[in-house]
Write a protein that binds this ligand. Sequence first.
Ligand SMILES: *[C@@H]1O[C@H](CO)[C@@H](O)[C@H](O)[C@H]1NC(C)=O
Ligand SMILES: *[C@@H]1O[C@H](CO)[C@@H](O)[C@H](O)[C@H]1NC(C)=O
Ligand SMILES: *[C@@H]1O[C@H](CO)[C@@H](O)[C@H](O)[C@H]1NC(C)=O
Ligand SMILES: *[C@@H]1O[C@H](CO)[C@@H](O)[C@H](O)[C@H]1NC(C)=O
Ligand SMILES: *[C@@H]1O[C@H](CO)[C@@H](O)[C@H](O)[C@H]1NC(C)=O
Length: 624
Amino acid sequence: MIMAPPAPKQIFPLLVFVLLSISCLFLLSLPASSPKAQIATQFHHIQSPEPGPNFTFIIKVLTFNRLSSLSRCLKSLSRAHYDVNDKVHLHVFIDHFLLDSQTGSADLDNKLNVSKQILDFVDGFDWKFGEKLVHYRTSNAGLQAQWLEAWWPTSDHEFAFVVEDDLEVSPLYYRFLKAVILNYYYNASNFSPSIYGASLQRPRFVPGKHGNKMQLDGGARIFLYQLVGTWGQLLFPRPWKEFRLWYDEHKVKGMKPFLDGMVTTGWYRKMGEKIWTPWFIKFIQSHGYFNIYTNFLHERALSISHRDAGVNYGKTAGPDSFLLDENSIDSNFLELYPLSSLKWYDFCFREVLTNRIVRSSNDLGSFLQSVQQNNTVVLVSLYRVSETNVRNMLCHLERLNIRNYILVGPTSHFLLDLARTGHPVIDASQFSEFSQLAKSINFQDSTVELIKEILVKAYATRKSLELGYSTWLLEGNMLPISSDSFFDSFGHSNDFYIGKTAGLFFVRSSSSTLKIWADHFLYDVASLVDTLRKQSGSNDGMIISAVEKLLEKQKIAFKNIDDMQLGLDVSTIHANHTLSHIKNKFIFWSSGTELDTIQRQLVLLDFWVVDSDSSCTAVVCHQS
Ligand SMILES: *[C@@H]1O[C@H](CO)[C@@H](O)[C@H](O)[C@H]1NC(C)=O
Ligand SMILES: *[C@@H]1O[C@H](CO)[C@@H](O)[C@H](O)[C@H]1NC(C)=O
Ligand SMILES: *[C@@H]1O[C@H](CO)[C@@H](O)[C@H](O)[C@H]1NC(C)=O
Ligand SMILES: *[C@@H]1O[C@H](CO)[C@@H](O)[C@H](O)[C@H]1NC(C)=O
Ligand SMILES: *[C@@H]1O[C@H](CO)[C@@H](O)[C@H](O)[C@H]1NC(C)=O
């Protein structure tokens, strides 16, 4: 849970205040007190590996006017087990109350009194594990600024653990977070640039499904989930810096963190800049990042919120979970599994399969099997297509719940990023087994890569047919309109369908198509490329033209999709256009159409569904 509507604000008379905003107290670093005798033996096996890298751990406590909450929070932090020689600093950010002309002077004295009590308490609070720093604000910052201004990492070895004052942490929380840092940040084999931190709160809800309660089974103790948790969040330095810069850029340019389909967008519409999570969530969505979560079962967690009355809760709601302590852990508490064995979940709590990349023909078969649906596979070419167009198409596939696609492209950051964020890809440049063949067909360097591209596409089609899957190939200048756009809805009169304008073909799986699409067919298709390229003066749609030529030559019947009027030409879209979903299966444009034109026309149909970051404007959850 992140937020609930705010409590009604009380009203104050205006008063000008000058207060010392920052007071710093540097205490000597002392070794952590040794664990109590009765738990010492139990603890023996969960000591973190020593010596580790030297990182700095800063606890950022955000507080306002709740002394008893703050006191409970700080006490739980100081009761936790820290390791000797570890640097654990405590930074307390005390927000100021709102100055308001309506506030009576008695109220004001009362508020001043509360602030003074909090400052006195923090001043007197002994922190033995590192430096204590107190930041007392001069005016009301609110939760967004409290969070965002709490930290700017001074190095890649500094970590922040952000704690709102109504939280209580387990004595074991630090041991766990330290283990997370050592295992998922400093161990290269378990590091992923997609991970932005770790949440200690019990994962509770699914923002893409109206905030529905999350159903967790007895599966893995650790998993990855996109959602930020605000009840005990560890932040990694690099993604946080990236977020702060992203936020800055979007904020100053007047952009809003709207993300359709997310319950958090509703909160933002209601509460605006009082809260920060909608910004972070939009950033996470556009970057495809994930958070580490724990699942200790039975509503247990290493950090709980008492949900005291305040900005987030109108009235006290009580603890959200049960706090884990030394007696409730088992022997594998600190056993952190290899990253490769963890599951990743998106904002719909649907599993994301990351880094699926095929780099050789040997791996293609099992890959096609895992992706196909209804014995159909859709190969989507990334060659000569703008990244924004590809991203717009992927948002449509997500929206339509089309999941049987594979992206085929050359090695690039873009391709790797698509794989990182869960899209299955074929890295055609890596298919070295086709390099020789490509050279034997044409020795010119400029053509070899094109021929290799075509060989990989033709080979993937063949492999797919071999496995009994009907196969689509899209050259990237079309968008499906409905979720059944790629079903075999042609009847059975033909096995081959070719759409040169829309840049696609469809081959039905059958024994005869498999016979035609044999090894020599691949060779013949690739051999035609040079001639066709000279004729057309471009590399676009080369494989489609070549397949068409070959089928004609061999007198094999095929149907021309361009004649079937299944597609809607993007240039014919006008304002107030109504789509005929019955007639139209896809929207297409001729290759070479300017991106601006495509975008402008698609906007008219609400088919331009990416934002200025080229990320989807909506999160769409489907029944899984
Ligand atoms: C950590 O710091 C200590 C003292 O500054 C140094 O001796 C040690 O080599 C450092 N360890 C690492 C892994 O950097
Ligand atoms: C402020 O607090 C002190 C004790 O902490 C109390 O004696 C005093 O009455 C309080 N003043 C107001 C205005 O609440
Ligand atoms: C790093 O992680 C791998 C995979 O989980 C593990 O086998 C290895 O022991 C770890 N290395 C260290 C130094 O912990
Ligand atoms: C398979 O195709 C049928 C129609 O031919 C459709 O109703 C069904 O939803 C499809 N299933 C999947 C998983 O795409
Ligand atoms: C489209 O609809 C709007 C409002 O319904 C109308 O004002 C406008 O004239 C229409 N445009 C065209 C080209 O029909």
